[in-house]
Design a protein around this ligand. Structure first.
Ligand code: SAH
Length: 369
C-alpha cells in the first residue's frame, strides 16, 4: 500500500459520535422522543440503517424532510470514511482502510467464498497485546472502537454486497469474524454491543446467527468467563500458537499473566456452557513452533475436548525474520494432530497480496503495511 499522509495525523482526543448502532431499540426510542418525535421514528431509522442499508438521508423518504435532518444528525452521524480500498482474488477479497472521526485508522476485510461472504472486522485501532509475529501488535494500542464503529464496518460490507459491488452478484454477509486489528476481549463492552447489533433480528440489528460470529482472543481469562456468563452462541477462537508456556510467553506475551492451562480451562468452560466447539488458532512459524514435538504437545492438550485446530501459515510481517513453515513440516504437524483425533484445518491465505491476511492489518499503526 502506498504511504498515506493521513496516517500521520495525530489522533484527537474525545469520544466517537453517538450513533444508533450504539443503542438498543429502547434507547433509540428514548433519544427520538427526547427530540420531540414519536417513538416509531426510531424503528424507521433502524430499518433504514440495518435492513435497507441506506447510506444517506435522501433515501429516507418516509420521514418528513425537516425531521429527517434532525434525526439523522442525532442518530446517524458519519463514523468513518474510506481512505483506501484494495482487492485481490479477482475482487472477491477486499480490504478497506477507514479513517475514524479523530484520524485513527482501522481496516476491515470482506471475503467472498462460494456460497458465503465473511467480514473480518477490527475492534480496536492498533492493539496492546504485542504479539511479535503480528503486524498490528508492533505499534501498540491507539484506542478502543465504539460499538457503532465496529458495526459500521459490517454494515458497509453489507451495503456493498447487497449492491452487487463484489463479483458474484448481490449477496449478504453471512459471517463476521473479530480477527482484524485489536484484541476484542480487551474492548469487551463495545464488542458485545456490536455482537448484539449484528445478531439482533432486523430491523433492530443485522439478523445474523450468533454462531456465525467468531470472537478471537489471545486468552484474557476473566473476559472469556464473562463471555461464558453472557450465554451467547458466538464461536470462541483462542490464539494459542504454542502448547508450552515457555514458547507462548514469547509469542503471545499476555501468557505471562494467564498460562496455557488457565486459558484452555476457560475455553473448556465456554464450550461446556454453550456447546460450541472452540477454534484453536495456531500460526505456524518455521522452526519456531512447528516441530513434531509441539504437534504432539498440542494434541495432548486438545484430545477429547470440544475443539478444532485452525492452522494459519504465518504471514511474514515486514522487518521480521520469521516465516511460514516448510510445506513438509506443515503437513507433518497437521498429520500428527489428525492422527491423535484432533480435528484440524489449514486456513487459506486469502488477501496476502493486499496485506489483508491475518495479522497484516497494520496500516493504522504504521502507515507502511
Ligand atoms: N487479538 C485477537 C485477534 C487477532 S487477529 C487474537 O489474537 O486472537 C486473528 C488471528 O490472526 C490471531 O490468531 C492472530 O494470532 C493471527 N495472526 C496475527 N498475525 C499473524 C501473522 N502474521 N500470520 C498469521 N496469523 C497471524
Amino acid at each position: 500500500m502506498s504511504a498515506l499522509p493521513l496516517v500521520f495525523d495525530a489522533p484527537r482526543r474525545g469520544k466517537p459520535p453517538r450513533h444508533l448502532a450504539d443503542l438498543d431499540a429502547q434507547e433509540r426510542r428514548e433519544v427520538v422522543t427526547a427530540l420531540g418525535q414519536p417513538a416509531y421514528r426510531a424503528d424507521q431509522l433502524s430499518r433504514h440503517y440495518f435492513a435497507r442499508l441506506v447510506d444517506g438521508p435522501a433515501q429516507m423518504t418516509d420521514l418528513p424532510a425537516d425531521v429527517r435532518d434532525r434525526l439523522t444528525g442525532a442518530l446517524l452521524p458519519t463514523l468513518m470514511s474510506p481512505v483506501h480500498q484494495l482487492t485481490c482474488d479477482s475482487g472477491t477479497t477486499r480490504k478497506t482502510l477507514w479513517r475514524l472521526f479523530d484520524g485513527a485508522l482501522v481496516e476491515s476485510v470482506l471475503m467472498r467464498y462460494p456460497g458465503r461472504i465473511t467480514m473480518c472486522v477490527s475492534s480496536q485501532a492498533g492493539c496492546g497485546m504485542a504479539c511479535p509475529f503480528c503486524a498490528t501488535g508492533q505499534a501498540g494500542l491507539t484506542r478502543n472502537l465504539s460499538t457503532a464503529e465496529i458495526v459500521e464496518q459490517v454494515v458497509a460490507g453489507a451495503r456493498s454486497a447487497a449492491r452487487g459491488e463484489v463479483p458474484g452478484g448481490p449477496g449478504r454477509i453471512g459471517n463476521v469474524v473479530f480477527m482484524g486489528m485489536g484484541e476484542p476481549l480487551a474492548n469487551y463492552r463495545a464488542v458485545i454491543g456490536a455482537v448484539r447489533r449484528i445478531t439482533d433480528a432486523a430491523p433492530d440489528g443485522l439478523g445474523l446467527a450468533q454462531r456465525h460470529v467468531t470472537v478471537s482472543t489471545v486468552g484474557l481469562v476473566p473476559a472469556i468467563d464473562r463471555l461464558t456468563e453472557a450465554a451467547m452462541q458466538v464461536t470462541l477462537a483462542v490464539s494459542l500458537h504454542a502448547p508450552d508456556d515457555e514458547l507462548r510467553d514469547t509469542l503471545v506475551p499476555v501468557n505471562t499473566r494467564w498460562k496455557v492451562d488457565e486459558v484452555l480451562d476457560a475455553a473448556w468452560r465456554y464450550a461446556a456452557a454453550t456447546g460450541r466447539r472452540i477454534s484453536i488458532e495456531y500460526a505456524l512459524i518455521r522452526d519456531v513452533n512447528d516441530q513434531a514435538e509441539r504437534a504432539h504437545g498440542l494434541a495432548k492438550l486438545l484430545q477429547g475436548q470440544l475443539a478444532h485446530v485452525n492452522v494459519i501459515p504465518l504471514n511474514p510481517t515486514p522487518g521480521s525474520a520469521w516465516t511460514a513453515s516448510r510445506p513438509a513440516d506443515e503437513r507433518e504437524f497437521v498429520r500428527i494432530l489428525r492422527a491423535a483425533g484432533v480435528a484440524t484445518t489449514v486456513r487459506d491465505t486469502r488477501g496476502r497480496e493486499i496485506d489483508g491476511a491475518c495479522g497484516q492489518l497494520a496500516a493504522g499503526a504504521s502507515g507502511t503495511a
